[in-house]
Design a protein around this ligand. Structure first.
Ligand SMILES: NC(=O)c1ccc[n+]([C@@H]2O[C@H](COP(=O)([O-])OP(=O)(O)OC[C@H]3O[C@@H](n4cnc5c(N)ncnc54)[C@H](O)[C@@H]3O)[C@@H](O)[C@H]2O)c1
Length: 253
C-alpha cells in the first residue's frame, strides 16, 4: 500500500460501490480525499457509502447509470455541488453484460444489441464522464484514470465487443490525453486477474488461482494493489499521460 497527501482533493470513482472501484474509493478516502461513489442506484451503493462514512471517511453516493449521458451529467453536477470541483476522475466501472462468456467463434450470438450495450457500459461511459467532468478537471489541473483489461490487448474477453471496448479504452486514453492536456493527465490501468474477494464481476473465473500459476507473480491482484496504481497515476506520475499501465502480476511480461 502506498500513500499520498490528498487533503482537499475531490474524487469521483465510477463503479465505486464494488470490487476494484470500492478499493479505489477506500484508498483515496484514506489518503484524505473526499470521494463521490458513482454507481448504479440500489442497495449496494448506499451500503458501500455508509460503511465508509461509519469508518470516518468523507464519502458519499452519487447514483448514476453510465449508459445514459443525462444521468452522467446529473451525477457530475451533484458531485460538484457537494465537493466544489473535481481533481480526479477514476473510471473503474465495467460489466460483461453477458452472464456466460461468448467464444469469439460464435459470431451469431454477438448481436447489434449486445455490441451497443457492451460498448456503452465499457467504453462510451468513460468518454461521457470525461466530457462532463472536463471543465472542472481543467480548472483543477486534475487527472483521469480509465480501466482497460488484458483482453483489450490480446482479445479473449467475455465477448468480442467486451475485448473491443477494453482495446478502445487504450486508444480513448491517448485521445483524451491529447485533448485535455496540458491541464489534465489521462492514463489507464490494465488489470489481469482479480482476487475473488476483490470483485463482484458477474463473470468470475472459477479457476483463477490455477490460471495465475504461469504469471511471474503467480497470483491474482487485490483491489488495494489496483488502487495503489490509480493513486500513483493521479498523485504522482506528473510526466506520464496517455499511457495504459499493465497492473497484471506479469501477465504481459
Ligand atoms: N474482475 C476481473 O476479473 C477484471 C479483469 C480485468 C478488468 N476488469 C475491469 O475492472 C473494472 C472493475 O471490475 P470489478 O472486478 O471491480 O467489477 P465489479 O462488478 O465488482 O464492479 C463493477 C462496478 O461497476 C458498476 N456498474 C456496472 N454497470 C454500471 C452502469 N451502467 N452504471 C454505473 N455503474 C455500473 C457495478 O454496479 C459495480 O459496482 C471493470 O472495468 C472491469 O471490466 C475486471
Amino acid at each position: 500500500m502506498i500513500s499520498a497527501d490528498l487533503t482537499d482533493k475531490r474524487t469521483i470513482v465510477t463503479g465505486g460501490a464494488s470490487g476494484i472501484g470500492l478499493g479505489v474509493v477506500r484508498t483515496f478516502a484514506q489518503n484524505g480525499s473526499t470521494v463521490a461513489i458513482a454507481d448504479l442506484a440500489g442497495d449496494r451503493i448506499g451500503e458501500s457509502a455508509q460503511t465508509l462514512v461509519d469508518e470516518g471517511f468523507d464519502v458519499f453516493a452519487a447514483p448514476c447509470d453510465l449508459r445514459d449521458n443525462d444521468s452522467v451529467v446529473s451525477m457530475v453536477e451533484l458531485a460538484v455541488e457537494r465537493m466544489g470541483g473535481i481533481d480526479y476522475l477514476l473510471n473503474i466501472a465495467g460489466h460483461p453484460v453477458t452472464l456466460t462468456a461468448i467464444p469469439a467463434s460464435d459470431l451469431e450470438s454477438q448481436s447489434e444489441a449486445l455490441w451497443s450495450e457492451v460498448l456503452s457500459i465499457n467504453l462510451m461511459s468513460a468518454f461521457r464522464t470525461a466530457k462532463a467532468a472536463a471543465p472542472y478537471l481543467r480548472e483543477s489541473k486534475g487527472a483521469i484514470v480509465n480501466t482497460s483489461s488484458m483482453s483489450g490487448w490480446r482479445g479473449g474477453g467475455s465477448s468480442t465487443p467486451y475485448s473491443v471496448a477494453k482495446g478502445g479504452i487504450i486508444t480513448l486514453t491517448k485521445e483524451l490525453a491529447r485533448g485535455l492536456g496540458p491541464e489534465v493527465r489521462v492514463n489507464a490501468i490494465s488489470p489481469s486477474y482479480v482476487h475473488p474477494e476483490s470483485t463482484n464481476f458477474p463473470l468470475r473465473w472459477e479457476s483463477v488461482f490455477e490460471d495465475c500459476e504461469p504469471l511471474p507473480l503467480g497470483r491474482p491482484g487485490t483491489a488495494v494493489e489496483y488502487a495503489d496504481a490509480c493513486l500513483f497515476l493521479c498523485a504522482g506520475a506528473s510526466f506520464i499521460t496517455g499511457q495504459t499501465i499493465h497492473v497484471d502480476g506479469g501477465w504481459s511480461a
